[in-house]
Design a protein around this ligand. Structure first.
Ligand code: SF4
Length: 419
């Protein structure tokens, strides 16, 4: 293999200048504008102080109720449909296997990450509980009601895992503990294992320890950006956001010590301006530590500081998906792969027959994340259409079929070789 770029990439599948990857110089976020004082810190919601009445579905035409964790949490639309509190159908999916619970406050997340729909710079435009996040709405539900519904099914629940997503807020650490307690008082971690998607900026090693002692199974850190420069540009000083690469790695190291091998990991977004070599080197570093990587394909989230930028070209995404799977689950190493002058994978360093077997199995192209009850390399966290529209799927929330695999092979530039 020399260059894997398909010659007939469809419109909308390429980066700027027709490139088959998103280059650093093309992916600069807009500068955040400061919200008017009277709209900051959830002032609208707190002034109106409307009492919540059960489930709240994002609604831009009414006054958003005053909801707070630990009494309230938000959940993905897919989780709300699976839980039965929202009607709806998902393209080619009967349900989701992960119940993602997001902390909620009128003040919202106090960070300003450039790719995120929940970021602080949106506070003048939309109340926190109404903001889109990974392409979907997140209804708010009383936490006790969530736990009661799931407790009725116990181990027979469609959910294979529950995950608490922390945000950057002064109450986040304490309230995560309370949400976890409400859950474990009703649902055994043996029936439904628990993951924590942490917010390192406000956390200490003792916080990590406490969450482990309370029954959490896996601890993840949303690094999101694959290099220190990119991290600073999208989550740190570059967008007046409080996060630092150093602090994220400190908490990741704590998670390694406390949760142990295979029980910690990092989220990484592909296509924000890093090279394929950067990201697969990071994947290797995590594997060498004993952890895993969970990948997201960059999608320009509406209302975010990067909503004017191109989604990750599918050929870049597929190369990284395949490379990551080979390193994470097949014993391959980044140093046996070859990269071109743009840092793209030009050779995975494996015989073609071995690559074909992995590609045909299809798992490499499914959504990656914490495992459920099917297999170690099949994520419970399937996030249907969280990083792409159904018309051009990036992470497959189900097993790709023959048609899907032919399309994937086209995106990889690796059509099936006839025997
Ligand atoms: S800390 Fe998380 S929720 Fe908050 S803006 Fe950043 S990515 Fe979004």
């Amino acid at each position: 293999m020399t260059c894997l770029k398909p010659e007939n990439a469809a419109p909308g599948e390429t980066g700027k200048g027709g490139r088959d990857f998103n280059a650093f110089q093309d992916m600069a976020p807009r500068a955040p504008e400061e919200a008017p004082r009277e709209t900051r810190n959830g002032a609208r919601v707190k002034t109106n102080d409307v009492a919540p009445e059960g489930v709240y579905k994002p609604n831009y035409n009414i006054l958003t109720p005053h909801m707070r964790s630990p009494d309230y949490v938000q959940m993905s639309t897919a989780a709300a449909i699976t839980l039965g509190i929202m009607q709806g159908r998902m393209h080619r999916c009967a349900c989701t296997r992960c119940l993602n619970l997001l902390l909620t406050y009128p003040e919202g997340c106090r960070a300003n990450c450039a790719y995120c729909g929940l970021a602080r710079h949106r506070e003048h435009e939309r109340d926190y509980a109404d903001r889109n996040f990974i392409r979907v709405d997140w209804p708010a539900v009383p936490m006790a009601q969530v736990a009661d519904i799931v407790a009725k099914d116990g181990a027979k629940s469609p959910f294979h895992r529950m995950c608490i997503s922390m945000i950057t807020h002064p109450r986040s650490d304490e309230d995560t503990v309370q949400v976890l307690k409400t859950w474990t008082d009703r649902v055994s971690p043996d029936d439904i294992p628990i993951s924590i998607l942490s917010n390192p900026t406000t956390m200490t090693r003792d916080d990590v320890k406490r969450l482990h002692e309370m029954g959490s199974d896996i601890f993840t850190v949303a690094l999101d950006a694959a290099t220190p420069d990119l991290f600073d540009r999208t989550r740190g000083k570059g967008v007046q956001s409080p996060h630092s690469w150093k602090k994220y790695w400190e908490i990741l190291e704590d998670a390694k010590d406390i949760f142990g091998p295979q029980k910690f990991g990092a989220h990484i977004i592909v296509g924000m301006g890093e090279t394929e070599h950067d990201i697969l080197t990071l994947v290797q570093r995590l594997v060498d530590m004993g952890g895993h990587s969970h990948m997201f394909c960059f999608f320009p989230e509406k209302g975010s500081l990067m909503d004017h930028l191109p989604a990750t070209p599918r050929d870049q995404w597929r190369r990284v998906q395949l490379g990551r799977y080979l390193i994470d689950y097949c014993g391959a190493r980044v140093d046996q792969m070859t990269f071109d002058e743009e840092g793209r994978v030009s050779d995975f360093g494996l015989p073609r027959a071995e690559l074909d077997t992995v590609i045909d199995a299809g798992i490499a192209f499914r959504t990656s994340g914490c495992p459920g009850k099917f297999a170690e390399d099949i994520s419970a966290c399937d996030r249907p259409y969280g990083d792409s529209p159904p018309s051009n799927i990036a992470s497959f929330p189900f097993q790709p079929n023959g048609h899907d695999l032919r399309k994937i092979r086209g995106q990889l530039g690796m059509p099936k070789v006839k025997a």
